[in-house]
Design a protein around this ligand. Structure first.
Ligand SMILES: Cc1cc2nc3c(=O)[nH]c(=O)nc-3n(C[C@H](O)[C@H](O)[C@H](O)COP(=O)(O)OP(=O)(O)OC[C@H]3O[C@@H](n4cnc5c(N)ncnc54)[C@H](O)[C@@H]3O)c2cc1C
Length: 307
């Protein structure tokens, strides 16, 4: 198997695929590396209404359409996980789980984010059995039922609004009395008759058998406890960038997201290392933005290779 490339793209979500199509058109010697299903998070979007020139479409169907372009263009795909990325001299070294070590002159990081966990017992086991990290994807399973959301940012607030339209009752639990999210969303949530805000509480235990039955909470001021019976549990406490594998200085910020030095190049703090999509620090994470980043980054990679 080939192991030395001019360019490597890590991640086959919209950002990686956007870049791959542009690199292929320019005739670059490259491959795209993906550890899970091609399409990235598009696979878990229930319905995408805002993809340009596309009627509303279920996320998994759009993921297939997007990946079909990779197949049609005969783009080399390596089904593997990148475990570490380093730079020695002018060359990037990528250690992978199954394919050994790969090298490239230019690299694009397009690895997106993953949902942050609470670290509670039974959290992994209850995923898909009453616990979900995505209200928009799974809210319909809890129609006319009671659910509990944990979080204090915009995602938790917006998803609470969404769930309030489907569910009988929504409990919104946050560890502080003030929310981190925008005031307009806080006010909207406060107006909803079927939402009860519970602060300053933290979840202590998921009470369950083969599915979620209740959540035990603790008050952070007086340590008193409350147990709330619910059928659905949505920990919505943020996302973490998929960047642990990056072992190069001056590339990640304190949160592990990867900033670019210029939006015109998408180059990181390390020369010839580029970034695109959700793994960058940004408020709005969308398919078309990720694709656009990928295409801009690809242009810069092509220029870098010419030099
Ligand atoms: C529930 C939900 C609904 C959404 N709905 C919409 C919508 O309607 N419209 C819209 O525009 N956007 C929507 N989004 C956002 C959109 O899906 C993302 O902004 C977009 O997918 C980001 O693309 P990306 O390529 O940056 O990252 P991702 O899509 O996350 O892709 C990153 C890829 O990198 C891979 N990867 C990660 N680490 C490694 C590694 N070490 N080695 C190899 N591969 C790796 C991952 O497996 C993944 O496939 C939604 C998101 C969610 C979660």
């Amino acid at each position: 198997m080939k192991s030395n490339y001019d360019a490597l793209v890590i991640g086959c979500g919209p950002a990686g695929m956007g870049a791959a199509l542009a690199l292929k058109k320019a005739g670059v010697d490259f491959a795209i590396i993906e550890k899970d299903a091609p399409g990235g998070k598009v696979n878990i979007a229930p319905r995408v209404d805002n993809y340009p020139r596309q009627a509303p479409i279920p996320g998994p169907d759009l993921a297939v359409l997007l990946f079909q372009r990779i197949i049609d263009n005969n783009i080399e795909m390596i089904q593997d996980e990148v475990l570490s990325l380093t730079k020695e001299g002018e060359l990037f070294h990528l250690k992978t789980k199954f394919s050994g070590e790969l090298t490239a002159k230019v690299v694009l990081i397009a690895t997106g984010t993953k949902e942050r966990k609470l670290g509670l017992e039974h959290e992994d086991e209850m995923l898909g059995h009453g616990l979900s990290y995505c209200a928009v994807c799974d809210g319909h399973f809890f129609k006319d039922k009671d659910v509990l959301v944990v979080g204090g940012g915009n995602v938790a607030l917006k998803e609470t609004v969404y769930l309030s339209k489907l569910c009988k009752k929504v409990y919104l639990v946050h560890r502080r009395n003030e929310f981190r999210g925008d005031l307009k969303y806080v006010n909207e949530v406060k107006e909803l008759p079927n939402v009860e805000i519970i602060t300053p509480y933290i979840p202590l235990e998921i009470i369950c058998d083969d599915k979620v039955k209740a959540i035990r909470l603790q008050n952070r001021e007086d340590n008193s406890e409350r147990t709330i019976e619910v059928q659905g549990f949505f920990p919505l406490v943020g996302q973490d960038p998929n960047s642990n594998f990056v072992n190069i200085e001056n590339v990640k910020n304190e949160w592990g997201t990867i900033p670019y030095t210029s939006i015109k190049t998408m180059e990181t703090g390390c020369p010839n290392l580029f970034v695109a999509g959700d793994v960058t620090p940004r408020d709005l994470r969308q398919i078309y933005l990720a694709e656009h980043d990928g295409m801009v980054a690809a242009n810069s990679m092509i220029e870098a290779l010419k030099k």
